[in-house]
Write a protein that binds this ligand. Structure first.
Ligand SMILES: Cc1ncc(COP(=O)(O)O)c(C=O)c1O
Length: 451
């Protein structure tokens, strides 16, 4: 049931989340301060997190499968991070001078991620992608970028264009339209973006070659969440990398989300050596962070030691010690063994969900890798954004499913990407599988209809 601020609902004042939402609607347009929070019909306001669980202000407890959009790899209140940050707070939270903490986290990431020889820290994944694109421009002297239709990379205009196409606007499959993401987006942004279809190797070769003398970079997320958390075809990756290399175009891997796929990150997992990586989320241990890393040669654009850098990069809170310490402590606990255990749990969960689909002969499909998973109200795993795009019935099914999960005490992001943390237990995995099985039992007839 939609709410408008001109018609407050009496029901809203029956519980604490409702009362908070009534206050929120006075001070935030639409009642929230970020677009992506769940609301059905109102957001659940959180009192506290507790490991794999959330407790809302009405005292309800939920298994949290969002982990702040895949950020919290250890769940909520991970004791080593809490202790390290608590100790640090007494010494100050931000300085205009460097600290040892930034070197510690940088060394850890350089050691682990093969494509990263040098790194710079910023505060969000959006900034990391933005500076990676700017670095590619500064390095090549070209302004255009190629990117994947529908993939999410945060809110920098060139990273955002072509992300919200619909069947009515996305144009022909051979030349996807750079659909603006907001009214008034400068036309020049669309003119400077070439939109590729995920997993279309031939299209990628053709489009990158056609725009080669204008392209600074190809921006890739190897398993884009909004395209359904699906694996890239090796042919597609090869086509992008080979064509980019032929023309001196840099390859940027956005691993803001997918770095959590392995100890060495996502590019290493898929066997590619990008020129630049944008990182974020898990490397901040629950605090704001972003990072741009790459080869020394490319990263030299940030080097201002002999005068002005080709690309100046600052940021009042960049490399603040709180994010640096939290990130290091969190990542240190993510040993190869910890990554392997998370992956095993992810495999077990995806297997159990797929088995439930088979048992019920339901029109659902499961995708994902490592600690990430996604349930689709579709018969086949999509191959690109157009196939992943839900019909209205599929979107309604996904919504009904997340409401069912919520009523059973599990917070499953509405139609989106879900993930496990090291705080999740084997019993939690059984519970997720069991709730999905029960959802399929109760919705057998409607799920058949929806696809
Ligand atoms: C792949 C990817 N890139 C970039 C971003 C933007 O990161 P942030 O929200 O920290 O700005 C996100 C956020 O979800 C993401 O998933």
């Amino acid at each position: 049931m939609p709410h408008s601020s001109s018609a407050p609902s009496v029901a809203l004042s029956n519980h604490e989340s409702g009362r908070l939402f009534l206050r929120s609607r006075e001070v935030f347009p639409d009642g929230t301060t970020r677009a992506t929070v769940e609301r059905d019909p109102i957001p659940r306001y959180i009192l506290k997190g507790d490991g794999a669980y959330l407790i809302d202000v009405d005292g309800q407890r939920f298994l949290d499968l969002s982990n702040n959009f895949t950020t919290l790899i250890h769940g909520h209140g991970f004791a080593p991070v809490v202790d390290a940050v608590a100790r640090l707070l007494h010494d100050g939270t931000c300085f205009s001078n460097p600290t040892v903490h930034e070197i510690d986290l940088a060394e850890l990431l350089v050691d682990r991620i093969p494509a990263i020889e040098q790194i710079r820290f910023v505060n969000t994944g959006t900034e990391a992608v933005m500076f990676a694109i700017k670095a590619a421009r500064a390095f090549t002297g070209r302004s255009c970028i190629a990117k994947i239709e529908g993939a999410y990379h945060g809110s920098y205009d060139w990273a955002e264009v072509g992300q919200v196409g619909t069947p009515a606007t996305w144009g022909s499959p051979d030349a996807p339209i750079a659909v603006p993401s907001y009214a008034g987006m400068p036309i020049s942004v669309a003119e400077e973006a070439v939109i590729l279809r995920f997993n279309d190797a031939e299209g990628a070769r053709r489009q990158i070659a056609a725009a080669a003398d204008r392209l600074a970079c190809v921006l890739l997320d190897l398993m884009p969440s909004r395209i359904g958390l699906i694996s890239p075809d090796p042919d597609f990756i090869a086509a992008v990398v080979e064509t980019a290399r032929q023309h001196g175009i840099l390859v940027i891997c956005d691993e803001v989300l997918n770095l959590r796929q392995s100890y060495h990150g996502a590019s290493a997992r898929f066997g590619i050596q990008p020129d630049l990586i944008a990182a974020g989320k898990i490397i901040g241990g629950g605090f704001p962070i972003g990072a741009i890393g790459g080869s020394r040669h490319v990263m030299s654009v940030f080097d201002g030691s002999a005068g002005r850098a080709k690309l100046a990069q600052g940021g009042t809170f960049s490399a603040n010690p709180v994010s640096m310490v939290a990130g290091r402590v969190s990542m240190e606990a993510m040993t190869e063994v910890a990554f392997a255990r998370l992956e095993q749990m992810g495999d077990r969960l995806r297997g159990a969900l797929a088995a439930a689909v088979d048992r019920h002969k339901a029109h659902f499909i499961i995708s994902g890798a490592a600690s990430l998973f996604r349930i689709h109200a579709k018969q086949a795993v999509p191959r690109d954004y157009r196939e992943a795009y839900p019909t209205p019935d599929q979107a309604a099914t996904m919504k009904a499913m997340s409401v069912f999960f919520r009523d059973q005490g599990i917070f499953l992001p509405n139609g989106g990407t879900a993930c496990l943390s090291t705080a999740v237990s084997e019993r939690d995995i059984d519970k997720i599988a069991d709730v999905f099985d029960r959802y399929l039992s109760t919705s057998d007839s409607s799920s058949q209809r929806n696809c």
